[in-house]
Design a protein around this ligand. Structure first.
Ligand SMILES: [Cu+2]
Length: 370
């Protein structure tokens, strides 16, 4: 019942969203009864130590449950639950207009040319990353963003990636999914190369052979390093684009569940970015899972056509509305934006997506306008 109510409200509010987010508080009958509760919940979230907040998110628990609530029942009242849910939806809607958190990950990385070689430079360092509004956590990042910058090349390109290690520990980069990379460039510490120590630089060089959706990430102390943010998308576009389905717009969704909580592209709902489309457009969505758990991603309203897995086109693409993305997997799916509305798009392991404070974590929406 709670879930249905949330979804009805979500869709209803998105409809109101065209009037402007500022009007929502006025339009909502919940806001007055929420007044005493929402600020307290917000204060708890804002003052919670990062580790506590992360742990709470990881376990699917609420911040309110972790906060000391002397002489109060620990379970929120129905009105409090509705208010917290509404507050998050409003934050999400606000985020579609102007980001509610600092820092955007996955920004395309510019390269320099050295003859025929495309040269990318990646610097690993420790940063503070805002996963949700006011919630900063220590992260290990590439080029100070999470996910790391997107590396995009064309099939057949000669590629050089220069890694500078600004971390307090050794690291490496593994290029996950790439074919034809010589063993010495495979980036597994002490197996294929010496660890890149703090302050050192290492240069990777290879030819980008297999088109598709791939990843790059650390391969030393990966539980901590990848879990803290050392990951990014590595896209190889086909040389002959006529071999690939046509699409109007593309999105990458890096799924994660590790030390920074449940995130899509480094942000937890409501700070996640909405996908947008005009009715009739076709979207390409690239999923990649850099976490430790499977995430069955469920899109309301329209099916996904699964075109490729791990960069390999399927012999027979298939339609589905829930696609289980396991750790390490990448999928390319096409979505025809036929239905107008705000369609929830979330992991269907419910403890990764929705609780008694409303939706959180691996949740966003596909917003289709006429
Ligand atoms: Cu999940």
């Amino acid at each position: 019942m709670d879930t249905n109510m949330t979804r009805r409200r979500f869709v209803g509010l998105i409809g109101l969203g065209s009037l402007g987010v500022g009007s929502l508080g006025v339009a909502s009958g919940c806001s007055s009864s929420a007044a005493n509760n929402t600020p307290a919940a917000a204060a708890n979230a804002a003052t919670a130590a990062p580790a506590t907040a992360a742990a709470a998110t990881m376990s699917g628990m609420d911040h309110g449950a972790a906060a000391p609530a002397a002489n109060q029942a620990s379970a929120p009242t129905p009105a409090q639950m509705d208010a917290m849910d509404l507050d998050k939806i409003q934050q999400f809607l606000a985020n579609t207009k102007s980001p509610i958190t600092k820092g955007k990950g996955g920004v395309p990385l510019a390269y320099e040319r050295d003859g025929d070689t495309k040269v990318f430079t990646i610097t690993a360092s420790k940063i503070q990353w805002e996963t949700m509004a006011g919630q900063f956590q220590e992260a290990y990042a590439y080029n100070a963003m999470l996910p790391g910058p997107e590396i995009r090349v064309t099939e057949g390109d000669q590629v050089r990636v220069v890694l500078r290690n600004g971390l307090p520990e050794s690291t490496t980069i593994h290029f996950h999914g790439l074919q034809g990379v010589v063993n010495a460039m495979d980036g597994v510490g002490n197996l294929t190369q010496p660890p890149v120590k703090p302050g050192q630089t290492f240069t990777y060089e290879f030819v980008a052979k297999n088109p598709g959706t791939h990843m790059y990430h650390s391969h030393i102390n990966a539980t901590k390093q990848v879990g803290s943010g050392m990951l990014g998308a590595f896209i190889i576009e086909p040389k002959d684009k006529s071999t690939y389905p046509k699409f109007d717009k593309e999105y990458t969704m890096v799924l994660n569940d590790t030390l920074l909580g449940f995130t899509i592209n480094g942000k937890g709902f409501p700070a996640t970015e909405a996908l947008t489309a005009k009715q009739g457009e076709r979207l390409l969505i690239r999923f990649m899972n850099e976490g430790n758990m499977s995430h069955p991603m469920h899109l309301h309203g329209m099916p996904m056509q699964v075109y490729a897995r791990d960069g390999y086109p399927l012999p027979q693409p298939y339609l589905c509305d829930t696609l289980d993305v396991a750790p390490g997997n990448r999928y390319e799916v096409l979505v025809d934006a036929t239905e107008v509305g705000a369609w929830a798009f979330h992991c269907h392991i419910l403890t990764h997506a929705e609780g008694d404070e409303g939706m959180f974590g691996l949740v966003t929406a596909l917003v289709v306008t006429a």
